[in-house]
Ligand binder design. Structure first.
Ligand SMILES: Cc1cc2nc3c(=O)[nH]c(=O)nc-3n(C[C@H](O)[C@H](O)[C@H](O)COP(=O)(O)OP(=O)(O)OC[C@H]3O[C@@H](n4cnc5c(N)ncnc54)[C@H](O)[C@@H]3O)c2cc1C
Length: 352
């Protein structure tokens, strides 16, 4: 059980407010659909976001595409009215120079802050990492699920689920980076391509998540509780205790992650059944006297890599196709960043 480092939370308040205003005022610019694109990055989780940023810094014209409404992938935040819950990754740690450098920059720019011990969170919410890492929205395509890619003599074509045809690049995309979970990467590339066999070895565990808004904080001094193997729960986070969150209308937000085993056993159960089951487990621990003001469950089908590909990234120089993400080395934000960083370095060395 771990306790927070409360130092500095008071001075953070104004920075958090200013930051919220800054990111909500972000403008949007889009590439011309006929524009030649050096690299199209598919997937705007930390691996794709960082690869995009690094390639742009090196002078490449990069399009960034994601099927979701927002950026960040599993560094995710669910909003419900004024309430918000970091319902994916809870925090990140940094151990190696490249990620330590980024975290230090993000702290200086008020884009992330220490929660407790050596654990950091993006501020004012986990998903804000995306806006923090992108310098502009130029070349950003959200709500665009990629169905397939294929290559012709002129370059890559991207086929989208919604439109069914190219909306960017028009066949003039030179390189593609796939930064999505391994099973989705296989679907996009097509199982017939034999260059990235390592993708097929990757395995994931799911995670059911419960989000609660309560009148009172949990009766615990611990802001983050981890449970031992064999327990139905993996962790409980006092979400509103994270920097720049706080109570909303007197309500405290809590995020509960079920254990791998429990999530696997209940994987195909409907959301309401899972919600009730998890609430009853948490309620037994904390002896809730009143029902929650808000309750919702979310299923992460590909939550945690349990068997990684054990490669830093995949890159086929002949056809300009790369893949990166946490599935390369393990289920951590820093490891996903490492993979995007290493692939971007490889492309820069290969193509500049
Ligand atoms: C419940 C949970 C708790 C976790 N807790 C922690 C933690 O405390 N600390 C930690 O370090 N890590 C944690 N992790 C793991 C961490 O979140 C991941 O390792 C990391 O965020 C993965 O980043 P990524 O860029 O590789 O992939 P993702 O973040 O999954 O990004 C992939 C992106 O690809 C997009 N995409 C997928 N398919 C398509 C398509 N066809 N077309 C277009 N876009 C597509 C998705 O929308 C997504 O935005 C947790 C994960 C979960 C789910």
């Amino acid at each position: 059980m771990l306790r927070p480092d409360f130092l500095g939370f008071g001075v953070q308040f104004h920075r958090c407010l200013a930051h919220s205003l800054l990111i909500s005022g972000f403008g949007g610019f889009f590439m011309d659909s006929n524009q030649k694109i050096d690299v199209a990055v598919i997937g705007a989780g930390i691996a794709g976001l960082w690869a995009c940023k690094k390639l742009r810094r090196a002078g490449f014209g990069v399009a960034l595409i994601d099927k979701s409404r927002g950026l960040g992938g599993r560094m995710a935040t669910r909003r419900a009215g004024k309430l918000q819950f970091d319902h994916g990754a809870q925090f990140f740690t940094a151990s190696k120079p490249a990620f330590l450098g980024l975290v230090s920059e993000l702290v200086t720019d008020d884009l992330c802050a220490k929660w407790f011990a050596d654990r950091y969170v993006a501020i004012p919410r986990m998903s804000a990492i995306g806006r923090g890492l992108l310098d502009s929205e130029e070349g950003l395509y959200l709500n665009q699920q990629v169905r397939r890619i294929h290559r012709e003599a002129s370059g890559w074509f991207i086929e989208f689920e919604q439109s069914g045809h190219d909306i960017i690049g028009n066949g003039y995309i030179t390189n593609i980076v796939i930064a999505v979970p391994a099973p989705q990467a296989i679907d996009i590339i097509g199982a017939e391509y034999s260059g990235f066999e390592k993708l097929k070895s990757v395995q994931y565990a799911p995670c059911w998540t419960l989000m609660l808004a309560l009148e009172k904080p949990l009766q615990s001094d611990d802001v983050y509780m981890e449970f031992p193997d064999g327990h139905a729960l993996r962790s409980i986070s006092q979400n509103s205790n994270k920097p720049c969150r706080g109570e909303v209308a007197g309500l405290h937000t809590i995020v509960v992650h079920a254990s791998q085993d429990w999530s696997i056993q209940n994987l195909e159960h409907d959301k309401e059944t899972v919600q009730d089951a998890l609430l009853s487990i948490v309620s037994d621990i904390f002896n809730f006297q009143t029902p929650p003001h808000y309750i919702s469950a979310h299923r992460w089908r590909f939550a945690e890599v349990t068997q990684a590909a054990k490669v830093p990234f995949l890159w086929d120089s002949k056809i300009g196709l790369g893949a990166c993400g946490d599935w390369c080395t393990g289920p951590r934000i820093e490891l996903a960043f490492d993979s995007g960083n290493a692939l971007a370095n490889e492309i820069i060395a290969d193509r500049l």
